[in-house]
Write a protein that binds this ligand. Sequence first.
Ligand SMILES: Cc1cc2nc3c(=O)[nH]c(=O)nc-3n(C[C@H](O)[C@H](O)[C@H](O)COP(=O)(O)OP(=O)(O)OC[C@H]3O[C@@H](n4cnc5c(N)ncnc54)[C@H](O)[C@@H]3O)c2cc1C
Length: 378
Amino acid sequence: MESKKVFDVAIIGAGAAGLQLLYEFRQNQAVSPARILLVDSGDRSEKSWCFWQGSNPIFEKLIEKKWNALAFIDEHGREIRAAIDPMRYHYISSDTFYQYFFTEFIPAQEGIEVVRGMAKEVKSNTENFDIWMADGEHYAAKQVFDSRFNPADRLTHAGLYQHFYGKFIRMDSPMFDAEVATLMDFSLEQTDASFSCFHYVLPFSETYALLETTVFSTQGYELAKYEAIWKSYWDRRFGGIAFDLVKEEKGSIPMSISSFALEDNGIIRIGTAAGQVKASTGYAFTRMNEDARQIVGGMSRKKPTRFRFYDRLLLSIINNDTAKIPFVMSQLFKSVSMPRILAFLDEKSTLSQEIKIFSQLPIRLFLKHAWKNFFSAK
Ligand SMILES: Cc1cc2nc3c(=O)[nH]c(=O)nc-3n(C[C@H](O)[C@H](O)[C@H](O)COP(=O)(O)OP(=O)(O)OC[C@H]3O[C@@H](n4cnc5c(N)ncnc54)[C@H](O)[C@@H]3O)c2cc1C
């Protein structure tokens, strides 16, 4: 049998997690593996990666737009707007990210081999791992980082998803305030008892923006429904005026606190597959960056457990008291400063700050769900 080249590391999935890990390996020459295999099936669905950071944000040259103020709009249409200095809310499009990696970063590196194809199975043998591809090809590596999201993990304890439907639109005349990104807008009446829904608006200029319908739901993706909601939002909030559709964005992420294993028979999981998407918010980009740094630096990847409990509380409310979500969110944004909220969502707040935050929220509702979850099996 023909002897195969053995890679030091194989990364399955060249998405947000896989490429950030590749990047971090090459930033740390002391531990960077000489030969890296990058396997990707080529799912290049459009994604917008937003995150907040202060000076020297990650991938600064790929950031297409930054905002220094954020807005929240409650169910009555009242807006809370606040600067987030010294932080900025950053936007990187997945297109720009992939473009950078595949035309600039990877070609400039030695020892990275890119394979286009569907990884089907990873098996460990006595010395290495064999990666079997759908086309029958196989590769060997000493260590495997796998970002394939196992469909079995979709059966989460809540079965809850965050579904996205967005449109990048261009107008003839100024329509948006390009200095402020709207994180959540609950002003559109909730029309479906089975899910809660809000919109976010990322204005890249006064005439160009991404408007996205976001739905917390246990149901599958319902495109026609979300398109109709998007249109209602546009009609109500922006008068339904004509626009040019530049492109659309669709996607779903699991909202789950069920334990995603960080490792599976020696195969190291990364990204969504490793539970790096924050269960209650869907933010993941900086979490994956931190995770990549921890892997490369040989540090513990575990996160403080109390944040899992907070996530569980919020998921429990979304799941069982979904109609109360707009109220809970407006209480949060009304009573807690934007930077404090961002630190909390980043899991960088202190326990005393968290107690203060919870004291501002509908306490009975949280106690009800805390009770329910404290005694639940998981
Ligand atoms: C529409 C949308 C908007 C989002 N917005 C934000 C945001 O603003 N901020 C934020 O922090 N997070 C956001 N997220 C969440 C999260 O950051 C993204 O989902 C992120 O892309 C997840 O990274 P990942 O590496 O786990 O998966 P992906 O980025 O999806 O990458 C997985 C890669 O694996 C490849 N692959 C899959 N199966 C195989 C296989 N069998 N063999 C080989 N390759 C395979 C795919 O081709 C893909 O390239 C958003 C998610 C969605 C869906």
